[in-house]
Design a binder for this molecule. Sequence first.
Ligand code: PLP
Ligand code: COI
Length: 339
Amino acid sequence: MNGINWSELTFGYMKTDYNVRCYYRDGKWGELEVSSSEIINIHMAATCLHYGQEAFEGLKAFKGKDGKTRVFRMEENGKRMISSSQGIMMAEFPVERFEEAVRKVVKLNERFVPPYGSGASLYIRPLLIGLGAQVGVKPASEYLFMVFVTPVGPYFKSGFKPAPVCIMRGYDRAAPQGTGTIKVGGNYAASLAAGTKAQSKGYAAVLYLDPKEKKYLDECGPANFFAIKGNNYITPASNSILPSITNKSLQQLATDMGLTVERRPIAVEELSTFDEAAECGTAAVITPISKIDDLDENKSYIFSKDGEPGATCEKLYKKLLAIQTGDEPDPYGWVKVIE
Ligand code: PLP
Ligand code: COI
């Protein structure tokens, strides 16, 4: 069906059948509209184009062995989009309506949910943009919320194989009291130069340090960071990183597996004491880190010598996927079946 080679999919855009849209005008949200167009028609003075009034989300749907489609933790994404909206003064799209929009767009594009066992999933991309024409720097009075979907494979081409990352102190993705904790487009624009430079040197991603002191680990461009040390799961506490829903889920799974979770500032030098290191996020899932090269200090921290993931990362990865696909019970109420 579809002629799609599911197991060869990369993390890219593919046209699907429908997207859903909802407009905020005259102080209220309208009805959810279904569209088959990939195009949006907006005013040239829209605030999203000039002043970065744009936030987005990312979540996934998985096909189970039982043929059912499950979406992972969409309520959390809905709540995070509200906090992004508050951060850049946009109209808030209610969480129940966010969930309704996600259900609808997944259902309408059911034929694009990759089959169980293909290693692919349906990536769901909600976005919210300021539409009203404005030339002065102020919030728009009109907004568009929309959701499209696209089937995807792994974000990093290595998939669940360790990949190298680097530290470069010359770049920040967010300011100390800035927008790092919300999911707004500007953070990603700010990460493009460093990300492109890192990739040209053969790294999968940049591991950013805290922008104030450059002493502590923050996160990677598109994913959070965690490390394993003995029986501990260690992940940064910082006021310039995105609160990752995957990381939060892994902390729960780690706790239930008997690991001790530490969420605290992590000094760069501590890297030399870790047994395993990884990136985590919706797109990245868990991407183990083979080594971290500190390009300014000329130091290298190695986590995988044989090209294989560490045992704890692998255990967490398998557990997370088993819950997402419905292979194992979901005692946390994280997955919602799309009927
Ligand atoms: N950090 C950044 C900067 C991200 O873009 C993402 C992706 O959403 C994450 C972390 C991981 O967050 P989540 O697990 O909610 O997808
Ligand atoms: C995600 O993991 O959903 C992300 O948004 C990361 C990246 C594609 C921006």
